[in-house]
Design a protein around this ligand. Structure first.
Ligand code: ZN
Length: 75
């Protein structure tokens, strides 16, 4: 493989290799989806996994719907 040849020649293989690996993560597909974000703390939950009463799972306060870019979950 050509990439392997370049790594060997430059010698600074480790960083190059790590960065390359991070870029190739296939599951990092961001999707815009609705979430319920807490009005009081940083808690939030995906709409699909929201509690029945739509209250914050962390502090129990009210939440508001907003859109966020999140990694897609594959079941
Ligand atoms: Zn909260």
């Amino acid at each position: 493989m050509e990439v392997v040849a370049i790594i060997k020649k430059k010698g600074g293989t480790h960083m190059f290799f790590n960065r390359k690996g991070a870029e190739e993560k296939p599951e990092e597909v961001l999707m815009s989806m609705e979430v319920y974000a807490c009005n009081s703390c940083n808690g939030w939950m995906r709409k699909d996994f929201a509690t029945d009463d739509l209250l914050c799972p962390l502090c129990g306060d009210q939440t508001s719907v907003e859109m966020r870019e999140l990694p897609q979950i594959s079941n």
